[in-house]
Design a protein around this ligand. Structure first.
Ligand code: PSU
Ligand code: MN
Length: 307
């Protein structure tokens, strides 16, 4: 069944057989999360950082009617150049793209699905989707949260981006039993900033502690994912007050332009970048690098524990 719908790069396949540390990477961040050419440069560099830290990178997308686990450089460049023309693919979109052989970039949710199918436990990205501000009337709650509730993959991210409602996102995660860990922090980071005013559930100070946490959760069949919140490095964070105002402005523009559904997150990311004259993109790139490193360390610790 699996080979009909999933194509695994031979390097990843070998790594899986030998239980080597592997880090899953999403592709919507390439097509919809950053502009070309920085998106391609970042995606390739992220893979290099994963390798330099002892793990195998597996960037995931839907190519030619299959989940492709471990994209080639050319495939990454293709997604990056195509940008928003590629279909942003979450859980609901998968059967259409597979059955119609339409290429798609995977979100956090669909990357987790592919990772779980092949047996990859650790995933690095920039930011996860969450409960959007105004969700009480828009009902805009990312499918990423539901995936975290059900799918056994740990996601290293830079916390929860304040285009979202952080408080409601934490409540949702709590209801669904998804732990939110802070790497060397008790404060939940807010993507562009270390500060948010909210707390994570547990602070853990090493990759090994995180790996032990994951092992305990999954050994006990406590189904679902884990959010590992890794703050943006201090030198690259943005000013809290400025970014807060910028995000409010971006949300207002989205409302005025009646942006809804899956277009909402890419619109807000691009608007914030424009309003910060690219500073948000620099922070975004640096925090993804930082997450790739931690994810590789966690994957390595986990594979040592499981030996
Ligand atoms: N946040 C970012 N960059 C991104 C995304 C989120 O900082 O590229 C992408 C991820 O792929 C995430 C998706 O899974 O947006 C969430 O979209 P939505 O809010 O429509 O569920
Ligand atoms: Mn949404």
């Amino acid at each position: 069944m699996i080979s009909k719908y999933v194509e695994i790069n031979p390097i990843i396949e070998n790594g899986l057989k030998r239980q080597l540390p592997i880090v899953a990477l999403e592709s919507t961040i390439i097509s919809h999360g950053m502009p070309y050419p920085q998106n391609v440069e970042t995606a390739l560099k992220v893979e290099e950082i994963v390798r330099d830290n002892g793990a195998i990178p597996a960037t995931i997308a839907i190519i030619n009617g299959k989940f492709k686990v471990g994209l080639t450089k050319d495939e990454i460049a293709y997604l990056g150049k195509a940008g928003q023309k590629i279909v942003k693919t979450s859980r609901r979109d998968i059967p259409y793209l597979i059955s119609k052989k339409v290429d798609g970039a995977t979100t956090v949710a669909s990357t987790m699905i592919a990772a779980e199918i092949v047996g990859i436990k650790v995933f690095a990205t920039g930011g996860i989707g969450g409960v959007h501000r105004g969700a009480s009337t828009s009902f805009d709650v990312s499918a990423d949260l539901q995936e975290l509730a059900n799918t056994n993959v740990a996601v290293v991210c830079a916390g929860i981006k304040s285009i979202l409602d952080l408080g409601l996102t934490l409540e949702y995660l709590e209801t669904h039993g998804v732990p939110v860990l802070g790497y060397k922090t008790k404060e939940l980071p807010a993507f562009y900033t270390q500060k948010s005013g909210f707390e994570v559930n547990y602070r853990l100070d090493s990759a090994n502690e995180i790996a032990k946490f994951l092992q305990a959760k999954w050994d006990m069949n406590l189904k679902g994912g884990v959010v590992i919140a890794n703050p943006v490095p201090a030198a690259h964070q943005l000013d809290y007050n400025i970014i807060t105002k910028t995000i409010e402005k971006a949300i207002l523009e989205a409302e005025m332009n009646k942006i809804k559904g899956k277009e909402s997150t890419p619109f807000l990311l691009a608007k914030v970048k424009e309003l910060t004259e690219g500073k948000s993109l620099d922070a975004n790139i640096q925090l993804v690098y930082n997450n790739a490193k931690l994810a590789a360390e966690v994957a390595s610790s986990l594979s040592n524990l499981n030996c």
